[in-house]
Design a protein around this ligand. Structure first.
Ligand SMILES: C[S@@+](CC[C@H](N)C(=O)[O-])C[C@H]1O[C@@H](n2cnc3c(N)ncnc32)[C@H](O)[C@@H]1O
Length: 207
């Protein structure tokens, strides 16, 4: 029987924790949060074959398919579970090996519209505050969505966070539309996009 892949998984209910020894080199990294079937990551990998890729996907069957898809690519690592819960444990070893993070993609994240579910959103105030304590200042996030209310609410959260250097943009990042984005472009739906990073010069806890 085909495996059932749930549409939305509450990230707060998935307690899986991973560790990672890093890639063992200092190549720049791309991070894809919610990589789904990996179409975007595969095109990015073809364009930047000398970069490392960290892919997070909460739905385990999809994460397993991603592992198989990228089995021959030693510069791609896939993690199931909630990206937020595992972010520091996975990224920090890479940073300690001298790697830089080129971009963190949050492409078409689950919107969690209901007020009581908003704390499930990947980009939330508490998470950004915690990130600002260890993530290098130069790290750039790319956030894309077809949900206008999610975009504006996230923009407000980001504006009030240490990551308040914000730039809106209008075309597919690196010229690569994601799988979800392709569907939305076909439907002629508007897409909302921003990049954000921290102001430089904030005190950091690098312990
Ligand atoms: C709407 S889909 C977008 C997929 C892809 N990024 C794209 O643009 O085509 C959202 C994806 O994020 C995954 N996801 C949602 N919350 C997550 C979390 N906390 N950690 C990791 N993956 C998550 C979902 O399982 C799903 O594959």
């Amino acid at each position: 029987m085909a495996k059932r892949v749930r549409n939305h998984v509450n990230p707060l209910s998935i307690l899986t924790e991973h560790s990672f020894e890093g890639f063992g080199n200092d190549r720049p990294m791309f991070v894809d949060v919610g990589a789904c079937k990996g179409e975007f990551a595969a095109e990015l990998l073809a364009k930047f074959p000398d970069h490392n890729f960290l892919l997070f996907e909460i739905r385990r069957p999809l994460a397993e398919a991603l592992r198989q898809k990228f089995a021959d690519d030693s510069n791609v690592a896939v993690f199931d579970g909630d990206a937020g819960r595992n972010f520091r444990a996975i990224l920090e070893p890479c940073l300690k090996q001298g790697a830089t993070i080129k971009q963190i993609f949050i492409n078409f994240p689950d919107p969690w519209f209901k007020e009581k579910h908003k704390k499930r959103r990947f980009v939330n105030a508490t998470f950004l505050q915690k990130l600002s304590e260890w993530l290098p200042e130069s790290t750039e996030f790319v956030f894309q969505t077809d949900q206008e209310s999610l975009f504006h609410e996230t923009l407000e959260v980001v504006q009030e966070s240490p990551f308040d250097q914000i730039e809106k943009f209008h075309t597919s990042v690196h010229g690569i539309p994601t799988h979800w984005e392709r569907q939305k472009l076909l439907e002629k739906a508007p897409i909302w996009r921003m990049k954000f990073r921290a102001k430089t010069g904030l005190p950091r806890d690098r312990s």
